[in-house]
Design a protein. Structure first.
Lengths: 198, 198
């Protein structure tokens, strides 16, 4: 969205330091020059990027996960998602995460767009994929990973978004895509891809 | 979404330590007991919570902001939003942020729900409000705050979500609400509130 008319908005990086590096989280503290010439500090999580998958089942349902999220202290309903490995192609990551977490391979995939998750304090981008022609093989959860899958008609998912049963931002963002795809208002460019062998 | 049948998913907190405290970001590292009895570490940002406002203008448009977001390195299009002050009521925060950032007071407000922004590494909850009957007074930006407001027909905003001009997750989540409210599929409980004097 930036263009040459945005000089009155743009911040120019001046300095960048590591703020901390945990086992999972990595953060930086940058100094920027504001449009008025003054300096300000920006602290943010450095994230490798991620994918989220909206899997269409044969019977008009979609596949979701129920997973306990410690920062929220609740079991959350969400679409399958996961972080990119270093250098990993987002589509390959989407295929890998879908298989590992749900046990499904899909032979048709469509890229739907991307979202930025927490723009004031994280670099995270999540690439949104739709998957269809699903075949169940076997889940391959890590030994410290615990999640249920659940099948849901699209209308029930939208109702769950309305009533607050679904509050995960990436899943709500995917629901916007899903509702418009299902209504035929938005289109996808489906591609055939051989099943992941991950 | 947690109930007594979720024991096979739930993590039990065992220990909690400060991971770091920056000027803006605060993070903790907790130890949890997994459903299989093993221990794992969870690192996450501790966030005070926030609000986002979807402001309806008189002519069927909505009001958005364009703001440079350093972690993304781009000017982002997003609905007005801001962090709760300690102990602040979310509606009061929504009124304050709308006035400060856009210069508008609204006399009718509706709570639409909430979203959790980054469930794997932040406690952040964002309360979603709709505002209407807007009257322009005067913006009250902090001296280090730089943003433009822009008015947009709802259909143009949805098109911007489809084409990737809007990628902010809270704004995409709000667009799901907005589309369904505008279509009459979902309803709001509008309340009159005197204009903020913040």
């Amino acid at each position: 969205m930036s263009d040459t008319n945005d000089d009155h908005l743009i911040e120019v990086p001046i300095d960048s330091q590591e703020l901390f590096e945990g086992k999972f989280l990595k953060a930086r503290k940058d100094t920027v020059r504001l449009p008025n010439g003054e300096h300000a500090e920006r602290e943010y999580i450095v994230h490798p990027g991620a994918v989220v998958v909206i899997p269409f089942l044969e019977d008009g349902k979609v596949l979701l996960e129920r997973q306990y999220r410690h920062p929220i202290g609740r079991v959350m309903m969400e679409f399958p998602a996961g972080k990119l490995d270093p250098g990993e192609d987002p589509l390959v990551c989407a295929q890998r995460e879908l298989l590992e977490e749900t046990g499904y391979n899909a032979t048709e995939w469509a890229k739907a767009g991307a979202l930025h998750l927490a723009i004031s304090y994280s670099t995270e981008i999540i690439h949104i994929y739709f998957a269809r022609s699903l075949v169940y093989t076997r889940r391959q959860l890590d030994k410290d990973e615990f999640l249920d899958t659940c099948e849901m008609p699209i209308d029930d998912l939208l109702e769950a978004c309305r009533t607050g049963k679904v509050t995960d931002a990436k899943t709500l963002s995917c629901a916007l895509w899903l509702q418009n795809i299902a209504a035929g208002a938005w289109n996808l460019d489906w591609q055939r891809h051989s099943a992941s062998t991950a």
